[in-house]
Design a protein around this ligand. Sequence first.
Ligand code: FES
Length: 182
Amino acid sequence: MADTPNDVANPDRRNFLVLSTMTMAGIGAAAGGVGLIRTMTPTRDVAGGSVIEVSLEGISEGSGIIATAGRKKYSIRRRTADEIAAAVADDDSPMRDPQPDSDRVKRPEWLVLRLQCPHLGCPPQGTTAGEKRGEFGGYFCPCHNSQFDTSGRIRKGPSPANLPVPKYFFASDDMIVIGKEA
Ligand code: FES
């Protein structure tokens, strides 16, 4: 989904559109049977809003989805080989909040982040392929122009820290649980 100028200026609206799309996909799947529900419904609340299951099925390389648990938003992004290589290659670059890429992912292909800028809390863009990803190809916070790399590490702008990695684990190859460790 390409950004409209209005979406760029108002990231909350954009995320609402993403979530609305996800919800409608779930409704459509419900009409088609249980198998489709698993394929089309990306999230399921399993603990009253604080823990969610997120299906990874259908997320293409280079794109991702936004999932919510209560008021928290999460970015689940399937990285390309080039994005992984760029993150690892920069492990030793000077950074405000140094952290090797390997400490930020459980499986290199999947980057899971809390979608909340550590500066003042805006939701950065960059999860889906159509969103702005900034100068380092990762995430871009439109509020005050913080730029994050393909590991979600702060590389430029006012954010004092990297985008947070939440508690999560892989329940299977195509399902993660966010909000707790295994
Ligand atoms: S809230 Fe993200 S740069 Fe200020």
